[in-house]
Design a protein around this ligand. Sequence first.
Ligand SMILES: [Zn+2]
Length: 243
Amino acid sequence: MQETSVTKTGLVVGAHSADFIWRSGGAIALHAKRGWKITVVCLTFGERGESQKLWKDPSMTLDRAKSERQKEAERAAEILGVHDMQFFNLGDYPMRTSVEDVERLADYYQQIRPAWVLTHSLEDPYNFDHPEATRVAQEARIVAQAHGRKGTAAAIGSPPVFLFEPHQPEQRNWKPQLILDITDVWDTKRKAFESMDAQEHLWEYYTRVALQRGVQGARNSERKMKYGEAYQRVFPLVTGELL
Ligand SMILES: [Zn+2]
């Protein structure tokens, strides 16, 4: 009998079109390199709130800002090896989500059946779109688990949810509970950063974050790592043996 190998999948839900790059580009590149299929959902383009450089052009319009941000995000996604990208175009600053948006995202959960989910921190006093993205990502996950939604076969299991590292974690009640060694894919993540012209001011910042987490990752393990990407867990790690 021939063995069938099932491709593993991951889902990333970001409020704005560039969030997945800074915060989870390493995880995406690492898993894509190992054959995983990663889907990224961008709920908005970050056209109002995260496109400062574009708005220096006085002739900028919302539509142009959106299309510029989409192009940049698609370029970065290609570099990282993203399998599929979805733009919900909900409008940012402020971003609001509807029942239809939850259902649409729940449909993706049931189609993709992700082994894990990455999204924002639970709190963010500097940015209300981010925790709203977390809320909808988590609600859609729970909705997709409901057997009464599209039947038992469609219902998903319990993929772990990992929360991206935010700016100033202490202000967001966020703690690094998992540090991923992204040394092997650092060059890819940095290249993806550099495709984000609208946020050039963040390139060096996120390089410093990765170096800091790299040192902390090495300190907490036997790994000879230089660059790290940190996450907080939402649910307990379940294991049959203490490592
Ligand atoms: Zn954002």
